[in-house]
Write a new protein. Structure first.
Length: 303
């Protein structure tokens, strides 16, 4: 989907926060969420489709509390606006104003102490950039695989806020294998690489597979899971989820230990790893349903 919003609007949001503070800015974000709900119907449609999937499970119903409707969709879009707002605040140097709880972070510290690298499979759940900022606080070398063409404006905006701060990024080009070699080099140096594995990338040659997610068949990329078998490094699920105002929780879950997979078994093992990943993703989508930000028809058009 084409990128929404303009650099001028993002700059206005940053100025508004600096001038009036957090509470008035949160009020402004509600107005922005209403605008997107009314005038970007594909976004609202994708949100409603996902929320209906969440409502279909007992755990999801407990988290949502009420059947999805227009108000729930509005809250979902507002959660995404809040994640962008938090990025603006943190990118401006105010990480200390946030409380962060940790769940399983000791796993990544153990790997770092051993001087080994690992593949961290993330999702469009919460904020991977918050995870990266936290890694800087703990002096961990974390690289993020990104597809910049889908978010060029917003990335340029964040660069303009703080030119001296740069995400250690590996740019993904669907027509090149260069990213794979860069990822291997990072792992070999004992660094960590984050890949968001809950969205199929662009391009006709991208490998994908159908899997059951929240009770219905959906497409997931095979690349991250095949890469895990090729690299032979530990693989963890890595999330940083907003749990309240200025509050986040990191989640680290081991999915696979170190060890290369024989070529003939890689596809099968990749599918098994994908199943583990989806199981964890489902759990946290049901627990924090308004923090998943794939605003498109993830399961295809539903009747």
């Amino acid at each position: 989907m084409a990128e929404r919003g303009t650099p001028a609007a993002l700059r206005f949001g940053a100025w508004f926060h600096e001038t009036f503070g957090r509470r008035p800015t949160q009020g402004l974000l509600w107005a922005i969420a209403v605008y997107f709900q009314l005038f970007h119907r594909a976004v609202a449609r994708g949100s409603r489709q996902y929320l209906d999937r969440i409502w279909s499970s007992p755990a999801g119903r407990r988290s949502l509390g009420n059947p999805p409707g227009r108000l729930m969709v509005l809250r979902h879009i507002h959660s995404f606006a809040m994640s962008i707002y938090d990025r603006i605040v943190v990118w401006g140097g105010a990480l200390d104003s946030y409380r962060v709880d940790h769940d399983g972070s000791e796993k990544i510290f153990e790997i770092a102490e051993q001087g080994r690298g690992a593949l961290l499979l993330g999702a469009h759940l919460g904020s991977y950039e918050m995870l990266w900022f936290l890694s800087r606080e703990y002096d961990l070398a974390v690289n993020v695989v990104v597809y910049y063409q889908n978010a060029q404006r917003i990335n340029e905006f964040f660069d303009s806020i703080s030119p001296d701060v740069h995400v250690r990024a590996i740019s993904l080009d669907p027509n090149s294998v260069r990213a794979a070699f860069e990822i291997k080099a990072c792992i070999d140096r004992g660094e960590f690489v984050v890949i968001l594995a809950d969205r199929v990338g662009p391009g006709p040659g991208v490998r994908a597979a159908d899997a059951t997610f929240l009770g219905r068949s959906a497409r997931f990329p095979m690349g991250p899971f095949l890469l895990a078998g090729t690299l032979g490094c530990p693989v963890l699920m890595a999330l940083c989820i907003r749990t309240g105002i200025a509050r986040y929780q990191t989640v680290l879950r081991p999915l696979r230990g170190a060890g290369r997979i024989p070529r003939g078994e890689r596809t099968k093992r990749a599918q098994e790893l994908m199943g583990q990943y989806i199981s964890v993703l489902e759990t946290y989508c049901e627990r924090y349903p308004l923090e998943w930000f794939n605003f498109f028809e993830f399961w295809g058009a539903e009747s």
